[in-house]
Design a protein around this ligand. Structure first.
Ligand SMILES: CC(C)(COP(=O)(O)OP(=O)(O)OC[C@H]1O[C@@H](n2cnc3c(N)ncnc32)[C@H](O)[C@@H]1OP(=O)(O)O)[C@@H](O)C(=O)NCCC(=O)NCCS
Length: 444
């Protein structure tokens, strides 16, 4: 569809989620939310839950974008609902050394089935990223419902996640002793007490962690379900180091009973947040020691999870599923590379291609004492006056390697990163190596 034809058919408009004077979502807000629910096959919320959700979206300072059909057919929802929805808000991404970078976190991307493949997503993404740059963002982020949508817009899959099952019968004892104390608490106590403090400590020391949405907390802590109704089946426990009052980890979980001989009873981890490795292992050990279930299931396991090495029998651990989690999109190469820490010093010239133009260029990265400084040599990827750059890559692959979870050598082997001298790729890998294993436990 040409730009003119697109503009003739649709109007792109930003709105802010809002409540009216009676505390109910405005008609425009309700219409936008119902369009999102249609796109994601979700049920519409009750007026009470919708009002609370709008309060949470407003607390996160979300900007909503809608693609509205200019000439709707009579009776169709197009008269009031947007045919395309898109949201963004500020979300910090941790580098794991106590520093972070704000990202333009993108969410609620849907296009009505009757209007798909007419360029609505492309138009919304272009508008949003342009506005994001104007708002000062150096990077955008998202989590995707499908793996094939976002690379074309410069996003690279930077962190993966695993759904895993650990069979209790063979798991304990752990190979190394844990320490400290685990005690059972109520989700209400967790919410009033240490949950956010533990998360803040986890976030500060974990590369790839992202600040959570306001509305995530009650669900993570087991106070309510995604449908807004009270969750009555979630339990909670905390870990403290020996002789210390301060909590350094917590877990929430529910048990789903199996029926019949071949149907496992499964303890499902709802949220597991740890400020120390010992808290992580101790809470796993505790979960694996709970009777009357067969399997502990965790859908947010990181790659290279230390629990595999810690288990009495590593074969108790099974990977059910693995997929992309957080995708990153660099908008300003210099600011992003200057914001993160580096494991080793060195210099590299990077030629970055970007079909959308934001990040295209040739950049010199000089790292001294673990901090980088970046000079943009040219505004095109082939602008290095001295000849070929050390490393040539698309902006999506720059986003993929940024956290240090995806290795540049892997992407070179996949044909996505080019270098005349392969040691340039290993140098980049060494520079980007994070101090701790990246782990993302935030969804948006
Ligand atoms: C995915 C979705 C948003 C795409 O919207 P759309 O308006 O049809 O997309 P566009 O017409 O703007 O297409 C943009 C580009 O993406 C491609 N594309 C769109 N959807 C795709 C998909 N599901 N898989 C692979 N490519 C896709 C198009 O081919 C097009 O490519 P091009 O610009 O390089 O030619 C829409 O199909 C949808 O709402 N799906 C259900 C909800 C969903 O999955 N949302 C994503 C949440 S993360």
């Amino acid at each position: 569809m040409s730009n003119d034809a697109f503009d003739e058919r649709y109007e792109l408009r930003t709105i802010a989620p809002a409540l009216d004077e009676q505390g109910a979502p405005t008609a425009e807000t309700t219409a936008w939310m119902r369009a999102v629910n249609l796109g994601f096959h979700e049920t519409d919320a009750t007026p009470e839950h919708a009002a609370r959700a709008v309060g949470e979206f407003a607390a996160d300072d979300q900007t909503w974008l809608g693609a509205y059909v200019r000439h709707p057919l009579p009776g169709s929802v197009d008269e009031t609902w947007p045919a395309g929805t898109f949201a963004w808000f500020r979300k910090a991404l941790s580098w794991g050394d106590g520093s972070s970078i704000d990202t333009q976190a993108i969410s609620a991307v849907t296009v009505r089935p009757t209007e798909r493949r007419r360029g609505i997503l492309r138009a919304m993404m272009t508008r949003a990223l342009e506005q994001g740059v104007a708002e000062g963002y150096a990077m955008a982020s998202l989590t995707a419902s499908e793996g094939t949508i976002y690379r074309r817009f410069g996003f690279g899959s930077a962190i993966r996640e695993r759904a895993v099952r650990v069979r209790r019968a063979r798991a304990l004892p752990l190979l190394a002793p844990t320490s400290g104390m685990v005690t059972v608490v109520t989700p209400e106590w967790l919410e009033a007490g240490p949950a956010r403090e533990v998360f803040a400590r986890f976030d500060a020391c974990t590369p790839g962690s992202m600040v959570r949405n306001t509305g995530t907390w009650p669900v993570a802590l087991g106070l309510r379900g995604y449908d807004g109704e009270p969750a009555k089946d979630v339990r909670a426990a905390v870990h403290r180091p020996s002789g210390v009052d301060e909590v350094d980890g917590y877990v929430t979980w529910r048990v789903k009973e199996g029926h019949g001989r071949d149907d496992d009873t499964v303890l499902e981890i709802v949220d597991l947040v740890y400020a120390t490795d010992d808290a992580y292992l101790s809470l796993w050990e505790f979960l694996l020691s709970i009777d009357l279930n067969d399997v502990v299931r965790y859908s947010r396991s990181r790659l290279d999870d230390p629990i595999v090495a810690a288990l009495g029998d590593n074969r108790a651990y099974d990977v059910e599923h693995e997929e992309d989690h957080v995708w990153l999109r660099v908008l300003d190469v210099a600011r992003v590379l200057e914001s993160r820490p580096y494991a080793v010093d060195g210099s590299l010239t990077l030629a970055v291609s970007d079909a959308m133009g934001f990040a295209a260029g040739t950049y010199r990265l000089d790292v001294v004492d673990g901090r980088g400084s970046v000079t943009r040599i040219a505004h095109t990827p082939d602008g290095d006056a001295d000849g070929a750059a050390d490393v040539r890559l698309d902006v999506a692959d720059l986003g993929a390697v940024l956290i240090g979870s995806v290795s540049p050598t892997t992407l070179a082997a996949a044909g996505l990163i080019q270098a005349d001298d392969p040691t340039a790729v290993t140098r980049l890998r060494a520079m980007l190596l994070p101090e701790r294993t990246p782990h993302g436990i935030t969804y948006f």
